[in-house]
Design a protein around this ligand. Structure first.
Ligand SMILES: Cc1cc2nc3c(=O)[nH]c(=O)nc-3n(C[C@H](O)[C@H](O)[C@H](O)COP(=O)(O)OP(=O)(O)OC[C@H]3O[C@@H](n4cnc5c(N)ncnc54)[C@H](O)[C@@H]3O)c2cc1C
Length: 423
């Protein structure tokens, strides 16, 4: 029996494990530092109080429970010795015959990691809850401080990065101010909230067509968002954001720009790209270690178009499956096949009833695009319970204009550690 170790239960790792779980010639160990698979495309909805974390996450152990040759371990992988086929994790050391590295990427502050404190990014549930806390707290503070006339910067939200995540966050804040919060406050007028989307490049949504990006920008403006392109952020601090000599005061800054591969990628000694992603062979393996494969966001695969494939869920999912098939082929004495990405296109939503769809020759925006966005996300969401829960939540929000998860939850859980006499 050959031992396959998979690091990461994201789209790539999980789908690879499901296929290998059907094979009788391998034993699989999947290690993830979380006990759940996270559907990142809907993470912004947790950050914007539309969904709860459990709606978009499912326990990896239960997703894979039907595959008896797959073992799931909760642990963080910290190193690899590719010469000895040995993997190091905080829970122990493991030998492997094949290794699939599918541990994704994190966001990058382009060497200014100190900005993270002022501008959280969106990659994990913890970050989504922190963003939710900051956004909802900003409205509460503004309501409280109105007499001090500070509502201006209290209610200024800056989103850095005009890719799909930045656009979705900006649109969702705009929508929340206009529809959800408008009636709930007495002293402030949430509609007067200032929402600024900053993009260093010449236009937002650079991976979409120029026409669709223009349409998305107009939709954002209609939701009250100021879209500032060619605006490279040069500093972020407690006061707000600087773009060269221009300073914008804001209490809430959110980060949606840049990616960086984890340090684990460097430990293999292979070739990396500027973001630290591992440059892979046409079959997604490593040049010097053909029994090590890399899949998903962590892989730099440029054999199809000359450009690296984008960090998208369908890319990760297809790569995880392709690697699993190649391992099974090899064990059946058949040659490996090169990976070919079947482009599923891209969708992004700008808010209620507004989205853009870019699938091959089909490029359109508006309400129908939004329906396509809804269907695609429900279809790909893992688990029947989550699909049902998200559909019901969206239906309820659509009819009532309300958001079901508008809770400000503090990180402190101890009664006896809270400050003040009433803590
Ligand atoms: C906010 C946001 C919105 C997005 N929207 C879209 C969208 O609309 N459409 C789309 O197609 N794509 C979207 N994406 C991108 C998509 O989610 C990723 O391309 C996809 O998740 C990549 O899958 P992956 O398996 O490579 O990595 P991930 O899904 O990131 O999974 C990596 C897994 O590895 C685990 N892990 C990491 N390091 C370690 C370690 N050292 N030890 C053990 N486990 C580890 C993590 O816990 C995680 O479970 C979005 C991403 C984000 C962040």
């Amino acid at each position: 029996m050959h031992h396959v170790v998979i690091v990461g239960g994201g789209f790539a790792g999980l789908n690879g494990a499901k296929l290998l779980g059907k094979s009788k010639s391998v034993a699989v160990t999947l290690i993830d530092r979380e006990n759940y698979h996270l559907f990142q495309p809907l993470l912004y909805q947790v950050a914007m109080a539309a969904l709860s974390p459990a709606d978009i996450a499912s326990p990896i152990r239960s997703i894979l429970s039907e595959y008896h040759n797959v073992k799931v371990l909760l642990g963080e992988v910290v190193g690899v010795d590719p010469r000895r086929n040995r993997l190091f994790a905080d829970i122990g050391e493991y030998n492997y015959d094949y290794l699939i590295l599918a541990c994704g990427v994190r966001h990058s502050y382009f060497g200014r990691e100190n900005w993270e404190k002022w501008a959280p990014g969106l990659k994990t549930i913890e970050q989504a809850l922190e963003i939710r806390r900051r956004v909802l707290t900003a409205f509460e503070r503004a309501e409280r401080d109105m007499a001090a006339n500070q509502a201006g910067e209290r209610l200024t939200f800056i989103i850095v990065g005009g890719g799909p995540t930045g656009v979705e966050l900006a649109g969702a804040i705009g929508e929340m101010c206009r529809f959800t919060l408008a009636r709930d406050f007495r002293r402030i007028d949430p509609i007067s909230t200032r929402i600024i989307l900053l993009e260093a490049g010449e236009r937002i949504l650079p991976s979409f067509s120029v026409k669709l990006a223009g349409r998305a920008a107009r939709d954002l403006v209609n939701l009250g968002v100021e879209v500032k392109t060619s605006s490279k952020v040069t500093d972020i601090n407690a006061e707000g954001v600087a773009i060269g000599t221009e300073k914008i005061r804001a209490d809430t800054v959110l980060w949606a720009a840049g990616i960086r591969a984890p340090a684990l990628a460097r430990k293999l000694g292979g070739e990396l790209d500027a973001q630290g992603r591992i440059i892979v062979e046409p079959d997604l393996s490593l040049h010097y270690y053909p029994n090590i494969f890399v899949a998903g966001d962590l892989a730099h695969f440029a054999h199809q178009t000359g450009e690296p494939l984008p960090g998208l869920a369908p890319v990760a999912l297809q790569q995880g499956r392709s690697i699993a098939k190649n391992i099974m082929r090899e064990l059946a004495d058949q040659p490996r096949r090169n990976f070919i990405y079947r482009d599923k296109g891209q969708v992004a939503t700008i808010g209620r009833g507004r989205a853009v769809v870019d699938i091959g020759k089909m490029k359109f925006g508006g309400f129908f695009a939004w329906l396509v966005w809804l269907i695609v996300h429900i279809y790909y969401l893992t688990g029947f319970k989550n699909r049902l829960s998200v559909t019901l939540n969206w239906g309820w929000s659509f009819l009532t204009f309300r958001r079901g998860a508008r809770l400000i939850v503090s990180k402190e859980w101890r009664f006896y550690h809270r400050s003040g006499e009433n803590g």
